[in-house]
Design a protein around this ligand. Sequence first.
Ligand code: FAD
Length: 351
Amino acid sequence: MTAHHPSTVSVEVLIVGAGPIGLETAAVLRGEGRDVLVVDAGSIGSTIERTFPPETRFFTSPERLAIRGWPVTSPTQEKATGEEYLAFLRAFATGAGLAVRTFSRVVGVSGQQGDFTVKIAALGGEEYFIHTQVLVLASGGMDTPRRLGVPGEDLPHVRSHLGDPHRYFGRTVAVVGGRNSAVEAALRLYRVGAHVHLIHREPELYTRVKPWIKPDMESLLAEGQIVGHLPAAIVQIGPGGVELRDLADDSGTQWISVDDVLLQIGFEQDSELFDLAGIELTGPQRAPHVDTATLRSNVPGIYVVGTAIAGTQSGFKVFIENSHQHADQVAAALAGRPAPNPVPARPLPES
Ligand SMILES: Cc1cc2nc3c(=O)[nH]c(=O)nc-3n(C[C@H](O)[C@H](O)[C@H](O)COP(=O)(O)OP(=O)(O)OC[C@H]3O[C@@H](n4cnc5c(N)ncnc54)[C@H](O)[C@@H]3O)c2cc1C
């Protein structure tokens, strides 16, 4: 890691994003003798640092989170927590000898293949430029929590990150959503002594809610220990409560009193970096346009890897375990080798 940032830097490959796949791509390219620098707007693994509540376990098993044979281990042999995986990423970055600049956001891209100039804004206010021949965008897709778009969403008791469940002890909380994050949050809040309402716009929980938490939730809903409002939508949020519309029939709206509203309805990708780099966005997910074999974008010399390739996902299909191969695809493209054979999908993804 470099403590002092000179006003201009030159590298062969600049990777934007120090998440698992940015770091993996850096290690593979470094292993091929390339001069690689990784920059991240936040910490290493900042998506995990920002979005995982404390002691939250991955759904993916450790061997599928492992990078290039570096094992993800834990004292319990259970699925890794966010904290354990961040420790793993720190060890991996150090062990693989990666050059990483954290809290360094890319705010400008100019030039062309072989000679890009990338403007960096560091946390302390310093701005400087990095010259690079190749740019790899590993910038993820979970930048901004999705919003409902209803009145009252900006009130101070409305949040999108669970944080430490402890703060909700003794409070009445509306958890909005019906996928894994919502179900996990509702269970944790119930178990810290909150009175929980689960509000979901579908009649059932998402079919891919993990089998080790779904029965727990369904049982608590059936007993009324967690009050389910399915299918229902929030019409507005006010001080002290929310107005709900029952989507099963035309029975109108009802007001329920709650102290807090926790939105667990997913995330959206911030397309600013793609706009800066001139990358075309396609389809309803506004995914960056890439060649699927090489991951080269419509801008020669700029590649996109990791979950960033999928745009804003609803129902995750691109995650860590099926992005490891992206590093090999970019390495092959840069070396002029044929694209590696696609890795077959696992029978039970994200297990
Ligand atoms: C509760 C929870 C559970 C999850 N469980 C799983 C799971 O079981 N399995 C799984 O695969 N995934 C899981 N995820 C999602 C997981 O976090 C992502 O799949 C993973 O982080 C994606 O890795 P990535 O390297 O593609 O991108 P990210 O980890 O998102 O990294 C992107 C990085 O790019 C940086 N960046 C973006 N723009 C800029 C810029 N302009 N300048 C500089 N840096 C920039 C960001 O700061 C970020 O650090 C979970 C998420 C949550 C919230």
